[in-house]
Design a binder for this molecule. Structure first.
Ligand code: 2AM
Ligand code: CA
Length: 284
């Protein structure tokens, strides 16, 4: 048995149990704060928001994880300065840690602030850069999505599998509208222009982690977005992979923690999506 298999086999059950416990506890608390938060701050711009609920949720999750695993490393959205440079640097500092927890305490903060009920808690555990456990929890629908590397992905305890649409014309695709007007927004608009006429329709729910969970559950055929961070993607990427789907960057490189421009699909439409995004100059 390899070193990595051994450490996973020894610890996997408790890792996953802790991830689920954290996501469920934080999610239930977030739900009680809907329409009830007191502090709203802008980070970079009016499109980049944070509340005391984001910070409280992250503190709750961090404390619980550190109680169980004090030697593990932790990367959470609220512990990092806003902007892509700070995110890339923060990831670089911890990405090769033996055990790294990657946490988005509220994915879909804009929705939370507006009372639009589509947001989630995203928690992943990576071992030397490889994601072993991914949990995404939607407190409004009480849906818990869980994946373990090599063991499949589950929602409500039922095994998930991706959808079987094989053509763009029968595909329901999600994307997100990035806040960065200089680099990410123009790419996103080019991608939209290319894809809207070709796919069945486009959705933009506002939580990347939930979009990935929906690809895993077969509710979306694919999802792409420009300019995301490891905490938006790492848990959901494992959900998709363990449900039989495919996750790469928008150039086709396999998913790794540093991916910011993501394409996740049921696998069948992956090459067609890559081709359209690259032909449109929408990939990077
Ligand atoms: P958040 O709610 O945790 O910030 C929606 O398009 C996706 O983009 C969400 O997952 C959202 O995560 C993320 N997002 C929103 N503002 C962002 C920003 N300023 N930089 C990077 N990602 C952002
Ligand atoms: Ca997020």
């Amino acid at each position: 048995m390899s070193d990595q298999q051994q450490s996973f086999a020894v610890g996997s059950k408790s890792f996953t149990a802790v991830a689920i416990n954290c996501a469920a506890k934080a999610g239930e608390w977030i739900k009680t704060k809907l329409g009830n938060y007191t502090t709203l701050k802008m980070k970079y711009s009016g499109q980049d928001l944070v509340t005391e609920v984001d910070k409280g949720s992250e503190a709750m999750i961090r404390n619980l994880i550190m109680t169980h695993f004090p030697d593990h490393s932790f990367l959470g959205e609220e512990g990092v300065e806003p902007g892509p440079e700070a995110s890339t640097k923060a990831l670089h500092n911890v990405k090769d840690a033996d055990y790294l927890w990657i946490v988005d305490p509220v994915d879909g903060t804009t929705n939370f602030v507006h009372g639009f009920p589509f947001f989630s808690v995203s928690i992943a555990l990576a071992h030397r850069g490889e994601v072993l456990v991914g949990v995404v929890y939607d407190p409004m629908r009480d849906e818990l999505f869980v994946a373990e590397k090599g063991k499949g992905a589950y929602v409500h305890g039922r095994k998930m599998s991706v959808s079987d649409e094989a053509a763009l014309g029968e595909s329901l695709i999600a994307t997100g509208f990035p806040p960065d007007p200089h680099y990410a927004q123009p790419l996103n608009m080019k991608g939209l222009q290319a894809l809207v006429p070709q796919v069945r329709n486009i959705r933009s729910g506002g939580s990347a982690a939930l979009h990935l969970a929906y690809v895993a559950a077969g509710r979306l055929s694919g999802f792409w977005e420009i300019g995301l961070n490891a905490w938006d993607l790492s848990a959901g990427a494992l959900l998709v992979a363990e449900s039989g789907g495919k996750v790469t960057d928008t150039s086709g490189t396999s998913y790794h923690l540093g991916v910011r421009n993501v394409l996740a699909t049921n696998g069948h439409i992956h090459d067609a999506m890559l081709e359209q995004l690259n032909k449109a100059g929408a990939a990077n």
